[in-house]
Design a protein around this ligand. Structure first.
Ligand code: NAD
Length: 236
């Protein structure tokens, strides 16, 4: 396994949690500058400029920034290995490149690697289907350092609203303090309101979910995989 975006909040959580597992081996980590990281232990940390030199691996786990995504996708294609990415704020051309790559390698991109959000998206779709005439709003709150807005998870939940009622919701974003991630889908009708809420209190849940996804994706047939389906054992 390769960890990409290693010096970030998520990258460090991935390295720390991976070190505790006997069912996976991290062969290298890549961060923008390649500075040494306490969480890396004996795992070599390479700078982004040396990405092409990483040793053989079967799956890359990427939590970096959109600007770092293209070279990693190209590397996974060149090596014929799987890619799990949680990087949010990708441009439409990058999402299209991911779709095209799925013809040659197994890929899984998810805006949220928590089991709770996977279930929430399904509940939102059901609620929006049952209440098509109601107003729909997705409200999200994250820590002050988060760069993209609305969050990838908010857009994912918005897609579930749209799948249910045929109309996109409105979005509202809050950036404050050290909030790990909160999402509320609000459906408002005349005289009543339904709120479906998810609160993440520790980003280890995303790292754990991504490691689990990587273990399950490595060695599979090429294709675009869904986190919820893979987690619940429903992926082909
Ligand atoms: P962060 O800003 O702490 O870390 C970003 C990391 O990307 C940094 O370590 C930086 O070194 C690295 N990076 C930048 N350019 C690079 C390059 N060229 N090559 C390799 N690495 C490079 O951010 P974070 O909180 O760790 O989040 C990272 C990404 O994951 C963001 O897009 C965030 O929105 C997303 N995220 C997704 C989930 C999810 O469940 N899908 C959860 C949390 C965060």
């Amino acid at each position: 396994m390769l960890i990409h975006g290693a010096s970030g909040r998520m990258g460090r959580a991935l390295l720390r949690l991976a070190a505790d597992r006997s069912d996976l081996v991290v062969v290298a980590a890549v961060s923008s500058r390649g500075d040494s990281l306490a969480e890396a232990g004996a795992v070599p940390v390479l700078p982004a400029t040396r990405l092409a030199e990483v040793p053989a691996f079967d799956v890359a786990v990427d939590f970096s920034l959109p600007g770092a995504f293209d070279p990693l996708l190209a590397l996974c294609l060149a090596r014929g290995v799987a890619l799990v990415s949680g990087t949010t704020g990708l441009a439409p051309a990058q999402t299209a490149a991911l779709d095209a790559a799925a013809a040659r390698i197994p890929v899984l991109w998810a805006p949220n690697f928590s089991a709770g959000v996977a279930v929430l998206a399904e509940l939102v779709r059901q609620a929006a289907t049952a209440l098509p005439g109601w107003d729909a709003d997705v409200v999200e709150a994250h820590h002050i350092h988060k760069k993209d807005a609305p969050s990838g998870t908010a857009l994912h939940l918005g897609a579930a609203v749209e799948a249910g009622k045929g109309q996109a919701p409105h979005y509202a974003s809050l950036r404050a303090g050290d909030i790990v991630g909160e999402h509320t889908v609000q459906l408002s009708g005349p005289g009543e309101r339904l709120e479906l809420v998810h609160r993440a209190t520790n980003r280890d849940i995303f790292a754990r979910g991504a490691l689990e996804a990587a273990l399950r994706l490595a060695g599979r047939a090429p294709g675009r995989y869904d986190f919820g389906a893979l987690l619940l054992g429903k992926a082909g």
